[in-house]
Design a protein around this ligand. Structure first.
Ligand SMILES: [Zn+2]
Ligand SMILES: [Zn+2]
Length: 278
């Protein structure tokens, strides 16, 4: 087993404890914070995602190791280099995430994560089986080319995702001064909202500085509560339907799309929501 899988498996009892605690704390709240069908879908989607990641890593590992022969440097393991790797990977995560909202081929996978009307810790589990097809892994290859050790890169990707579990909640309002530097539940609620002013904002993984630097930061406004989910009227709780929702729309639109550039736009242009973004 590779280290990346250890990271999330080691953390999983903590994740489940947080889900259980939040569910218990909010069980009498109206409207409901948890709906069991939604949470079951999230857990099944997580299992499908983990399976997809394990298979794709088996297939991609030879490619990553082959690439690493051509790395510019051989970066040795020390704490300063590890910190550098965390920051660089988080920077690439920001661009992966931003691209996932602007390029339909990537959105087709990422929409799974945004397709719930609820926001709770179990929403973090709502991930797509098809990320390897969309090419999420491509975003980490610059780190390998720079000379970071392949398994270390994979572990850091997993730790970044592990951190993001904690921002999926309506529980915490603010994290005080930490919110200047770090992604927080409040910033990430904005990211999951489909209110026009909140769309395509707060792409941060761990550090929110990238949003502040590149003009995509939007704070949560108490006067405008977040409406979670996507602009399309999509309500399925079936993992398979959720996973292939956007892929099926793309396939359905393919025969009606004429011309090479139009077909390219269909695949790699911006997402085409049924209800247009304002
Ligand atoms: Zn997103
Ligand atoms: Zn999220």
């Amino acid at each position: 087993m590779i280290p990346a899988e250890y990271v999330l498996i080691i953390l999983s009892p903590i994740f489940f404890a947080f889900v259980a605690f939040e569910w218990w704390q909010t069980r009498k709240q109206k409207p409901a914070v948890y709906q069991w069908r939604d949470s079951v879908a999230n857990f099944v989607l997580s299992a499908m995602h983990q399976f997809g990641e394990a298979v794709s890593l088996l297939l991609l590992m030879p490619l990553f190791l082959w690439l690493s022969q051509y790395a510019i440097w051989k970066i040795e393991f020390n704490y300063l280099n590890l910190l550098l790797l965390f920051v660089l990977q988080d920077f690439l995560y920001y661009w992966f995430h931003r691209a996932s909202h602007r390029v339909r081929w990537l959105w087709a996978s990422h929409v799974t994560h945004h397709s719930s009307r609820l926001m709770n810790f179990s929403t973090a589990f709502r991930q797509s089986l098809t990320y390897p097809i969309s090419g999420m892994w491509l975003f980490w290859t610059p780190l390998i080319m720079l000379g970071f050790e392949v398994k270390l890169v994979i572990s850091v990707v997993a730790i970044n995702l592990g951190f993001q579990f904690f921002v999926h909640t309506r529980w915490w309002q603010h994290w005080g001064v930490a919110g200047y530097l770090f992604n927080t539940p409040s910033w990430h609620r904005v990211h999951h909202a489909c209110n026009p002013r909140y769309i395509d904002k707060n792409f941060a993984g761990v550090l929110v500085i990238w949003d502040r630097m590149f003009g995509t930061f939007e704070p949560e406004d108490a006067a405008e509560p977040c409406r979670f989910g996507i602009t399309d009227e999509f309500e399925s709780v079936h993992p398979w339907t959720i996973t292939f929702y956007e892929w099926r729309r793309m396939i359905a639109q393919w025969p009606q799309t004429t011309g090479f550039s139009a077909k390219l736009r269909l695949l790699f242009g911006p997402p085409q929501p049924k209800v247009a973004k304002e």
